[in-house]
Design a protein around this ligand. Structure first.
Ligand code: PEP
Length: 250
C-alpha cells in the first residue's frame, strides 16, 4: 500500500535567520504527524543548515533541482552526489517555473530525473498543463507528453523509485486550486497510463497534487483515491500551515 507524502518547496525565499526559524518550527511539530512522509526542499545554499537542524529525524530533505550531469564543467549546476553528501533524499525536477521561466525542455527534465536516480535520490517529477491547454482540452496530451519523455529515457522502471507531482500551472501560486474532482481525474489518468506498462509500479507510485494547497483545502484533496499527498509552495513557508497540511495527509 502506498503512503502519503507532503513536500514543501520553499523556492527562492528566506534568509539564514528565517530558514532556521521555519525548520525549527516544523521540527517541533513533527511528533504530531503519525504516518505521512514529510520533506522540505530549501534553497540549495541552506541545505546544509537545514540538514544539521533536522538531524536524523523523520523529516526528509530534498533539493528543488538537480544537475543532469554527474559532475564537471557545468557552471551553476549541482550534482546528485553533492546533494546526497548533505543528506538529501528527494530532488524536484521539471517544476513549472523551471519549464516556463528557464525554458527547460521535457528532455532536459528527463535527464535530470535520470541523474537523480543514478545518485540514489528519489526524483519528484512535476507535470501539469497551462490554463490555455486545459481550456483547449489538451490536459492529458500535455501531461502524457511530459511523462513520455521520462519513459523514453528511463523506461517504466524509472517510476519504481520516483514520485510524480501533478501541478496544474494555473493553480500554482494563484490561490486557485483545482477541485478535488478535477485533480483526481488527472491523477487517475497518470496512474492508468503507467499501469498500461506496469500495473504494480503504477499502483505503488505516489502522485502528489500541487497548486495552492492550504490547511483548509488539503483534507478534501488528499481524500481522493489517487491523490497521495501534496507538493506545497507558498503554504510551506509557514510552519503552522505546513504542519496542518501534513496532518491532513496523516
Ligand atoms: C509549487 O510551487 O510547487 C506550488 C504548488 O506552489 P503553491 O502551493 O504556492 O501554489
Amino acid at each position: 500500500m502506498r503512503g502519503k507524502l507532503v513536500a514543501g518547496n520553499w523556492k527562492m525565499n528566506g534568509s539564514l535567520a528565517s530558514v532556521r526559524e521555519l525548520i525549527d518550527g516544523i521540527n517541533r511539530g513533527m511528533d504530531t504527524i503519525q504516518s505521512a512522509g514529510v520533506a522540505v526542499c530549501p534553497p540549495a545554499v541552506y541545505i546544509p543548515e537545514v540538514a544539521a537542524r533536522i538531524g536524523g529525524g523523520r523529516l526528509a530533505l530534498g533539493a528543488q533541482n538537480i544537475g543532469d550531469q554527474d559532475g564537471g564543467a557545468f557552471t551553476g549546476e549541482i550534482a546528485g552526489s553533492m546533494l546526497r553528501d548533505f543528506g538529501c533524499r528527494y530532488a524536484v525536477v521539471g517544476h513549472s517555473e523551471r519549464r516556463s521561466i528557464y525554458a527547460e525542455s521535457d528532455q532536459l527534465v528527463a535527464r535530470r530525473f535520470a541523474a537523480a536516480r543514478r545518485a540514489g535520490l528519489v526524483p519528484i517529477l512535476c507535470v501539469g498543463e497551462l490554463l490555455e491547454e486545459r481550456e483547449q482540452g489538451f490536459t492529458e496530451a500535455v501531461v502524457g507528453r511530459q511523462l513520455d519523455a521520462v519513459i523514453e529515457l528511463e523506461g517504466i522502471a524509472g517510476f519504481a523509485d520516483a514520485v510524480v507531482a501533478y501541478e496544474p500551472v494555473w493553480a500554482i501560486g494563484t490561490g486557485r486550486t483545482a477541485s478535488p474532482d478535477q485533480a483526481q481525474e488527472v491523477h487517475a489518468f497518470i496512474r492508468r497510463k503507467l499501469a498500461d506498462m506496469d500495473a504494480g509500479i503504477a499502483d505503488r507510485l505516489i502522485i502528489q497534487y500541487g497548486g495552492s494547497v492550504k490547511g483548509a483545502n488539503a483534507a478534501e484533496l488528499f481524500s481522493m483515491q489517487d491523490i497521495d499527498g501534496g507538493l506545497i509552495g507558498g503554504a510551506s513557508l509557514d510552519a503552522g500551515e505546513f504542519l496542518a497540511i501534513c496532518k491532513a495527509a496523516d
